[in-house]
Design a protein around this ligand. Structure first.
Ligand SMILES: C[S@@+](CC[C@H](N)C(=O)[O-])C[C@H]1O[C@@H](n2cnc3c(N)ncnc32)[C@H](O)[C@@H]1O
Length: 353
C-alpha cells in the first residue's frame, strides 16, 4: 500500500477545529493531532474497532472522535472506540501536575498518594459521546489479558506503552487481532528518546508490518499490518518475559538502527540516535552512551539549540558535563546560530514532495 505522505495531511490543518482540542490540553504534537483526525476520517472503513490506549485528558479520543463523526463509513451501532487507561497516578507525577494545572480541582478524586482523574477525561469528551460509541476500560492494562470483542482491531493507538512490560503485553493481547493488509498501529513516542523498547519490539515484528507514515517532526509513527500475526508468532518473536527481548545485544542495536535508517527527516534521525544512546544507558553502558552522544553531535553537526530542545534535552542533562569538557564539541555547538536540522528538514520535505 502507498505510504501516507505529510502533504496529504496538509488540508486538514485548515478544516480542523483547533479550539475544541486546545481547550482539553492534549499531550500531542500538532502533527499527531492531525494524523489521528485524518486516519479516523479518511482511512477507517468500519471493519474493526479502534483501540485508544492511554488517553489522559482525552486528546487522542477527541481527535479520533472528530474524524469518525465526519466519516460516512463509521456506524455507531457496530463500531466501537475502546478506551484504556488507569485514570489514576501518583500525586506528584508529571501527568497529575499537568492536569491539575489546567483543570478544575473538583474533577479530581484523592486517595492517599494517588489522584483519580477519570472525571477530567469524561468532562473533556462529553460532546462526542452522542455520536461515538465509546467503551471505557478503567484499570491497569497489564490486568487486561484477553481482547474479548468479536470485531478485529482496525486502528490500534498506543500511547500507553510506557514500560517494556506494557509493550510486551500489548503485542500479546492486541497484535493477534489486527487485520492483515488493513490495520494500522500508531505508536506515540516513537520520535522520543525515552522508550527504546518500543523500537526493539516493533522492529522485531518487521516481517509483519510496513511503514505507513511518520510525523516528520514527532512524535508518532504508523505501521500497516501486512501479515496475520498469530498468538504463537508473538510468543516466538518477542517471547513471554521482558528479558526475552529487552537486553543488551548487537542484534538489538541493529534493530534500533533500523529506526534511524528509516526515519523520514533529519529531526527524526537525530532523535532515533538519541534512542540508541538511551538504550545504552538503560543497559548500564554509560561510556558507550557518552561516545554515541558525542558521535551524534559531530555526525549531524548539531547546534546547542537542538541539544537544549525537546526531545534531546533529557540526554543532554545526563551529559552536560561532557559537552563542556570536550572543548571541540562545545565550541562547535556554540558556533551554530540556528539549528542546521531545520534547514535539512525543509530539504527532506521538498524531496518528499
Ligand atoms: C501520555 S498519556 C496519554 C496522552 C493522551 N493520549 C493525549 O492525547 O493527551 C499516557 C496515559 O497512559 C496511561 N497509562 C500508563 N500506564 C498505564 C497502565 N499500566 N495501565 C493503564 N493506563 C496506563 C496513563 O494513565 C496516561 O493517561
Amino acid at each position: 500500500m502507498k505510504k501516507l505522505s505529510h502533504y496529504e495531511l496538509l488540508d486538514c490543518y485548515e478544516e480542523f477545529s483547533w479550539e475544541d482540542i486546545w481547550k482539553i490540553y492534549p499531550m500531542l504534537s500538532t502533527q499527531d493531532i492531525i494524523l489521528y483526525y485524518y486516519l479516523s476520517k479518511n482511512y477507517y472503513t468500519g471493519e474493526g474497532n479502534i483501540v485508544d490506549g492511554g488517553v489522559l485528558g482525552g486528546g487522542t479520543t477527541a481527535c479520533i472522535s472528530k474524524g469518525l463523526i465526519e466519516n460516512k463509513k463509521y456506524n455507531k451501532d457496530k463500531n466501537l472506540l475502546l478506551i484504556f487507561d488507569l485514570f489514576k497516578d501518583n500525586v506528584n507525577s508529571i501527568n497529575i501536575t499537568f492536569l491539575q494545572k489546567h483543570f478544575n480541582r473538583d474533577l479530581f478524586r484523592y486517595e492517599d498518594n494517588f489522584v483519580d482523574f477519570e472525571e477530567v477525561f469524561h468532562n473533556n469528551v462529553e460532546q462526542y459521546k452522542q455520536s461515538v460509541n465509546m467503551i471505557v476500560h478503567k484499570g491497569d492494562l497489564i490486568d487486561y489479558d484477553k481482547y474479548h470483542y468479536l470485531n478485529p482491531i482496525e486502528i490500534l493507538s498506543i500511547d500507553i506503552a510506557k514500560t517494556p512490560e506494557l509493550m510486551l503485553h500489548i503485542c500479546h493481547v492486541f497484535f493477534p487481532h489486527l487485520i492483515p493488509g488493513k490495520s494500522l498501529v500508531i505508536l506515540q513516542d516513537w520520535i522520543n528518546i525515552q522508550l527504546p523498547f518500543i523500537h526493539i519490539a516493533m522492529n522485531l515484528f518487521n516481517e509483519y508490518f510496513e511503514d505507513y507514515h511518520e510525523c516528520p517532526n514527532g512524535s508518532s509513527k504508523v505501521f500497516l499490518c501486512t501479515k496475520k500475526i498469530t498468538k504463537d508468532d508473538v510468543k516466538r518473536i518477542i517471547g513471554q518475559k521482558v528479558e526475552d527481548y529487552y537486553y543488551y545485544s548487537l542484534s538489538n542495536i541493529k534493530l534500533i538502527n533500523m529506526s534511524i535508517k528509516s526515519a523520514v527527516s533529519t529531526h527524526n534521525k537525530v532523535t532515533s540516535e538519541g534512542v540508541l544512546a538511551k538504550f545504552y544507558l538503560d543497559m548500564g553502558k554509560t561510556k558507550t552512551a557518552e561516545f554515541h552522544f558525542i558521535d551524534t553531535i559531530v555526525k549531524y553537526d548539531l547546534s546547542m539549540d537542538f541539544i537544549m530542545s525537546e526531545p534531546f534535552i533529557d540526554i543532554y542533562h545526563y551529559f552536560k558535563d561532557i559537552i563542556i569538557y570536550y572543548p571541540q564539541v562545545y565550541s562547535r555547538l556554540k558556533r551554530q546560530n540556528s539549528p542546521p536540522y531545520l534547514k535539512t528538514q525543509q530539504e527532506d520535505l521538498q524531496s518528499e514532495a
